[in-house]
Design a protein around this ligand. Structure first.
Ligand SMILES: Nc1ncnc2c1ncn2[C@@H]1O[C@H](COP(=O)(O)OP(=O)(O)OP(=O)(O)O)[C@@H](O)[C@H]1O
Length: 221
């Protein structure tokens, strides 16, 4: 269960997240959707603890990991990037298994930063998966990827979700959201307008803003 209560966050007096509350069981991926500037990335960072709210409470079970739009990789091999946060005798087999999971075993010894964008994002997912998080936060993980690389990353996310990792992610790609989402949080101007099972959100949105967003007519918060 992930829970937020009365969450608020402002920068320089400008409210970015406004009195936001929800509770989700995360039985299937939770997608945070909304127009540009709605506050999706900030909400994800608050939930993961990278930002501290001005008000409100957050309950997220650990351990957690996060993958960003542009992966932050060390100037080392792919395998060493996955090994880096791991410790103990299980580290090496776990790192290898994680590379296998994302289809990068053959590239284990290649410099991570020379991999393609899609391969780098799969590597970032392997590094997160190797930590065996209960919750994995993904911030626009496919924003910089082409359709084929996007599909490969989606398959990994779906696989992790099926294996029991709770997924909370933001996406600009409505097709992707339809493919992956179990539940949707719809944000607009820092407010939570809908928290709905995905099937309902995409067919019968409750708010005019969500309906406009789904028609592609609401691009900016
Ligand atoms: N550190 C900051 N300083 C000032 N403004 C910020 C800061 N972080 C976020 N914002 C503003 O807060 C609002 C929400 O930002 P956020 O990145 O969460 O939006 P988003 O919904 O993820 O948008 P996008 O879809 O464009 O990525 C935006 O107007 C953004 O400019």
């Amino acid at each position: 269960m992930i829970r937020a209560e009365g969450l608020s966050y402002a920068v320089g007096g400008v409210p970015i997240i406004r009195d936001l509350s929800f509770a989700a069981a995360l039985a299937a991926p939770l997608l945070i959707l909304g127009p540009n500037g709605a506050g999706k990335s900030v909400l994800l960072r608050l939930l993961h603890g990278l930002l501290r709210p001005d008000a409100g409470r957050i309950e997220v079970p650990g351990p957690q990991a996060m993958v960003f739009q542009r992966p932050v990789l060390l100037r080392r091999s792919a395998l060493e990037n996955v090994l880096f946060p791991l410790h103990g005798p299980e580290a090496a087999p776990r790192a290898r298994a994680a590379l296998e999971l994302v289809g990068l075993s053959a590239m284990a010894d290649r410099p991570a930063r020379r991999l393609s964008g899609g391969e780098q994002q799969r590597l970032a997912l392997a590094r997160a998966a190797a930590l065996a998080p209960r919750i994995l936060f993904l911030d626009e993980p496919c924003a910089a990827l082409d359709p084929a690389a996007t599909r490969a990353v989606e398959e990994i996310i779906a696989h992790l979700a099926a294996a029991g990792t709770r997924i909370v992610m933001t996406s600009h790609d409505l097709g992707q959201a339809r493919r992956l989402a179990g539940e949707v949080l719809f944000l607009h101007r820092g407010r939570l307008l809908e928290h709905t099972p995905a099937a309902d959100f995409f067919t019968t949105p409750r708010t005019a803003e969500a309906a406009a967003f789904l028609r592609g007519e609401l691009l900016w918060a």
